[in-house]
Each structure stands twice: as structure tokens, then as C-alpha cells.
Design a protein around this ligand. Structure first.
Ligand SMILES: Cc1cc2nc3c(=O)[nH]c(=O)nc-3n(C[C@H](O)[C@H](O)[C@H](O)COP(=O)(O)OP(=O)(O)OC[C@H]3O[C@@H](n4cnc5c(N)ncnc54)[C@H](O)[C@@H]3O)c2cc1C
Ligand code: SF4
Ligand code: SF4
Length: 419
């Protein structure tokens, strides 16, 4: 397994919440309220986040639900109630768009786990991984080496689904061949964090005896690391987290429609890439089908992304992107000791040099934070409490263009039956 030298979570102090042990009260996250508030139901999350078009499809709510009451509506690509909601409030508490003050969680995660000096590289994979990868293929090569050496049993990644061009689905890769198949970026969320148990069950793997890498956008890693920090699930199979640096992801249907508006047939697109503010679509032979300002695709982006200040994925063991390096290279930041151990174990498959333009990485991260600060109706507060109560959320969001919206009438029957 990947050596996990994470320090144990320190005793609570006056600036942070008390991490919960197994069986802890999830409402301890809400340390800005003096009285235990009432239950928060999934319908509250639905109104405040999903119906308000703020959901970033990270699937933290699905993973956090202890009664498996939240599933994924594949047609609408959103979390949905699939059985009785007990009002335990955990979906609220772990949602980075409602109860989880993600910037505080990241601050604490960095304090507890980050290396004093995270190491940044420009990395290029050898051979097949370089060809399969989006940029330098470093993520594919890293994971393939770790699986082949037995350090990991698998990695939750993404691949194009059969249900439509450019549509991603979560995929449990357990071999180099699987990883080569899954190489490249999928510009929509796959909700892999909420599907880990199913993916393991399909492979006949026991979560308690499996070590996985989880790859995802920074918000996915926020949810996974918050669950790790506050939950201490004994069977948590995630041994390594890899964040793909990100300023926005897209709603699949809107992305495809937008490409069509540019006369690009999505079926012909073999690869999408966003570099330096330009969106490129390539066909199978590598010919450019489209080169457009990425702002032209704003309306296809997930609206909740503009509340995100975590471009780099500060909570991950390793972050990977393309900013600041040459074409054909991956920008890699190794952030934790777990990440360093993994990186060193996989060094044989990677060629690394110093990153060319570290200032570009910093500037983009800075721009991303400023965008969040100007969009968030609540205060962006890395020193605040990690939990945001339902009441505090309503106070900040009501009356803004991000306020909770009434439930979709087509779903009301679910709530009448199950809440
Ligand atoms: C939505 C999105 C937006 C991004 N925006 C930026 C940006 O603005 N700036 C920047 O520098 N980098 C951005 N990236 C990261 C960049 O596209 C590459 O993923 C990164 O540089 C790693 O390249 P690589 O060749 O090493 O990865 P690869 O070797 O191609 O490996 C990537 C791995 O990630 C998995 N994967 C791909 N997409 C997803 C997904 N959506 N969810 C879960 N797993 C996935 C693949 O299956 C593969 O295993 C973005 C990525 C995504 C998914
Ligand atoms: S943002 Fe994430 S946690 Fe919140 S409702 Fe959407 S999928 Fe669930
Ligand atoms: S911009 Fe932030 S919220 Fe949006 S997909 Fe990327 S990490 Fe998630």
C-alpha cells in the first residue's frame, strides 16, 4: 500500500472544529451555532444547492449519506433521493456548496498534512502513458506504476461513457491497460466519489482490504478529504488523492449543444483541451476542429464553479495540471508525505524538471480565489468555522440570485413519501 504518514488529527483548538471520530455527531461541524439546530433534510440541500443550480456534482452528499438514501439520477446527472431520508444532516454538512466551508477545511487540511515545502515539477511520462495522457501523461504513469508495484489495488478515474460523446463516467482502473484506456481529461463531472462502493462491489473487492487512488477535480477531493477528516470510516479505501487543477467543469448537455452551435459534431471530437483561456477540439487524427475563447463556453459551465477558490486542489496528496509548463508536460505539485512516497515509488516512469513558469500557476490560483470572493454571497473566510449552519446559509443567500429555489414539482412526491 502507499505509505500513509499522515499525522494524526490534533486535538481541537480554539480556531477549528473538533474532528469527529466514528459515530461522532456530524452537527459538531456547525460550531458557529450554540444550540443544536433542527434536522436538515436532503430536500433542504436540494432546494439550496441543486434546484438553485449551484451543484458542482462532486457527489460528497452521496458518499456522506449513512443510509444510502441519496443516489445519482443518471438522466439528469444530479444527486437524488432514492429512499427514506432520516434528516441526519450529513449531506448538508459535507456539501462544499452549503454546510462545508471548504476554504476552512482546506486551511486545516494543509496545516495538518501538507509538506512544509510542496515540490513542483514539470513531468513527462514515457511511452504509452505519454500518448494516452491529456498533457504529459504523468497522472496515468504515476497510477500505473503504483498499481504494477502493488502499492495500490486500483484508481477511480474517468472514461468516456457509451451513453454519449464526451460524457464521462467513473471507472475503477486496476491495470496499466485500464489506465491507458482512461487517459485524458473529461470536462464534466463523473460523481465517482459517490460510486466507489458500487465500483468495488462490481470488481468483488472489499473496501476494508483495498487501497485506491481517487482522481477528481478539487471539489471532489474536498469532499473526500472532509469525510476522511471527520469520519474516520474504518473501511475507507482511499489511500491517495490526485486533484486535477480546475477553474471550471461543464454540464455535459450544455457543452455538447455549445459545440454544435460552433458547427462541431461532438461525435467527431476525440479530445478537448483548455489551455491559456482557449478551448480546442481535436479529431482522432489530431486535427483542430475548433479553437475558441473559453469564455464563449461560459454558459455551458457549472454555475457553482464560480464559487470555487480551490484551483490547485490544496487538500490533495498530488495536484496535476498544465498551467506553467510546456505542451506535452504535466505540472505536478506533490503536497503531502503520502503524495511524496507515491511520487518517489513511481519515479521510474517519469521524466521531471523544474516548472518553467511558477508565477503563472500562482496568478491563475489567485484569479480563481478572487472570482470566488466576488461571487460567493457568504464571506470567503479561511479562518471561520468549518461548518455553516442552515440558518447562516439562508441569511447569506436569501435575496441573492443564488437563493434556494422551490423543489421541482416532478420530485415533490419523493419528499412526501420519504422526508
Ligand atoms: C474539468 C477539468 C478542468 C481542468 N482545468 C484545468 C485548468 O484550467 N488548468 C490546468 O492547468 N489544468 C486543468 N485541468 C487538468 C488537465 O486537463 C489534466 O488533467 C492534467 O494536466 C493532468 O494531465 P496528465 O496528462 O498528467 O493526465 P492523464 O495522464 O491524462 O491522467 C488524467 C487522469 O484523470 C482522469 N480524469 C480525467 N478527467 C476526469 C474527471 N473529470 N474526473 C475524474 N477523473 C478524471 C483520467 O481518467 C486519467 O486517469 C482540468 C481537468 C479537468 C478534468
Ligand atoms: S455540490 Fe456536491 S455535495 Fe453539494 S449537492 Fe451537489 S453533489 Fe451534493
Ligand atoms: S471549478 Fe471548482 S467547483 Fe468547479 S469543478 Fe472545478 S474544482 Fe469543482
Amino acid at each position: 500500500m502507499v505509505a500513509d504518514n499522515r499525522p494524526s488529527i490534533p486535538e481541537p483548538d480554539s480556531t477549528g472544529p473538533e474532528p469527529k471520530g466514528a459515530g461522532g455527531d456530524p452537527r459538531e461541524l456547525n460550531d458557529d451555532v450554540t444550540e443544536p439546530p433542527g434536522k436538515i433534510w436532503f430536500r433542504d440541500l436540494d432546494e439550496a444547492v441543486i434546484e438553485a443550480d449551484r451543484c458542482i456534482q462532486c457527489a460528497s452528499c452521496v458518499a456522506a449519506c449513512p443510509s444510502d438514501s441519496i443516489g445519482i439520477d443518471e438522466a439528469e446527472h444530479r444527486p437524488t433521493l432514492v429512499k427514506m431520508c432520516t434528516g441526519c444532516s450529513r449531506c448538508w454538512d459535507f456539501c462544499p456548496r452549503s454546510g462545508l466551508r471548504y476554504e476552512r477545511h482546506l486551511e486545516l487540511a494543509v496545516e495538518e498534512r501538507a509538506l512544509e515545502e510542496p515540490a513542483t515539477y514539470a513531468a513527462r511520462a514515457d511511452g504509452d502513458a505519454a500518448a494516452a495522457g491529456q498533457d504529459g501523461g504523468a497522472v496515468t504513469a504515476l497510477l500505473a506504476e503504483l498499481i504494477e508495484s502493488g502499492d495500490l489495488d486500483g484508481a477511480v478515474v474517468a472514461r468516456e461513457s457509451d451513453s454519449g460523446p464526451l460524457r464521462g463516467e467513473p471507472f475503477l482502473a486496476t491495470s496499466r491497460e485500464d489506465l491507458l484506456e482512461a487517459g485524458g481529461s473529461i470536462y464534466n463531472q463523473t460523481m465517482g466519489l459517490g460510486r466507489i462502493d458500487d465500483l468495488l462491489a462490481e470488481e468483488g473487492l472489499d473496501p476494508a482490504e483495498t487501497d485506491l487512488a481517487l482522481v477528481g477535480t478539487p471539489c471532489v477531493i474536498q469532499g473526500a478529504t472532509a469525510l476522511d477528516r471527520y469520519d474516520h470510516e474504518p473501511a475507507d479505501p482511499i489511500a491517495l488523492t490526485v486533484a486535477l487543477m480546475c477553474t471550471r467543469s461543464f454540464e455535459h448537455g450544455r457543452l455538447v449543444s455549445r459545440l454544435e452551435r460552433f458547427d462541431v459534431d461532438p461525435e467527431r471530437v476525440d479530445k478537448l483541451d483548455i489551455t491559456a483561456g482557449v478551448l480546442y477540439a481535436f479529431d482522432e487524427s489530431g486535427d483542430v476542429l475548433l479553437e475558441a475563447d473559453v469564455d464563449e463556453f461560459d454558459a455551458a459551465g457549472l454555475r457553482g464553479c464560480s464559487e470555487c477558490a480551490d484551483f490547485v486542489g490544496a487538500g490533495a496528496d498530488i495536484s496535476a495540471g498544465n498551467v506553467g509548463t510546456e505542451d506535452g508536460e504535466t505540472t505536478v505539485v506533490v503536497r503531502t508525505e503520502t503524495g511524496r512516497n507515491a511520487w518517489e515509488s513511481a519515479a521510474d516512469g517519469l521524466e521531471t524538471t523544474a516548472i518553467d513558469r511558477p508565477d503563472t500557476l500562482e496568478r491563475l490560483a489567485d484569479w480563481n480565489r478572487r472570482r470566488a470572493e466576488s461571487t460567493l454571497p457568504r464571506a470567503y473566510d479561511p479562518e471561520g468555522s468549518v461548518g455553516i449552519s442552515y440558518e447562516a446559509h439562508r441569511e447569506a443567500y436569501d435575496g441573492t440570485d443564488r437563493e434556494p429555489q422551490p423543489l421541482n414539482p416532478a420530485r415533490v412526491h419523493q419528499y412526501e413519501e420519504w422526508c
